[in-house]
Design a protein around this ligand. Structure first.
Ligand code: FES
Length: 164
């Protein structure tokens, strides 16, 4: 791993933005990578702007590596002001472009971010976002994992296929 890449990740990690649960989120997506065991959840809140439903705020929580956290931190900023469809069109490499070229072993980390956003935003698309009740959803990833029954927790964890 290059020193440049590591120093950019370390800088992004030093002050990650948009970390933690977003109360009253309109959409939530959680994914895991079965190979490395890392997991990421995103929360997205929309607003109306010039007749479009755009992302007002987004946040994340991760049981993941530094690269996934750094990329998620960058991604939450990059998707602000975009529609769900526009954010869905973005790829993991775009989220992490400020980190510079990723080592091959770290490319999947950005896919985790892309996957979590896909899980959150795909049901929304261009249609008006329903405002689901998340009152039954656990507050944190740890809470979610501690729930013995996924259906009761209201949380769906999606494991990405290798190469995603
Ligand atoms: Fe798995 Fe980074 S090592 S997400």
């Amino acid at each position: 791993m290059s020193d440049d890449f590591q120093s950019r990740v370390t800088a992004a990690m030093a002050n990650p933005e948009n970390m933690g649960e977003l109360p009253n989120a309109d959409a939530i997506g959680t994914v895991g990578n079965a190979d490395c065991g890392d997991m990421l959840r995103v929360w997205v809140k929309f607003k109306e702007e010039s007749g479009r439903k755009v992302i007002d705020r987004a946040s994340f929580q991760s049981f993941g590596c530094e690269t996934a956290i750094a990329a998620a931190s960058l991604a939450m900023e990059l998707i602000k002001g975009k529609t769900a469809a526009e954010a869905l069109a973005m790829r993991g490499e775009e989220f992490a472009k400020d980190l510079g070229p990723l080592p091959p072993t770290k490319v999947h980390c950005t896919s985790l971010v892309e996957g979590a956003l896909r899980e959150a935003l795909a049901p929304v698309g261009n249609a008006p976002a329903p405002v689901p009740s998340h009152s039954a959803a656990p507050a944190t990833l740890m809470d979610a994992f501690n729930k013995p029954d996924e259906k009761k927790s209201g949380v769906k964890v999606v494991f990405l296929k290798p190469g995603e």
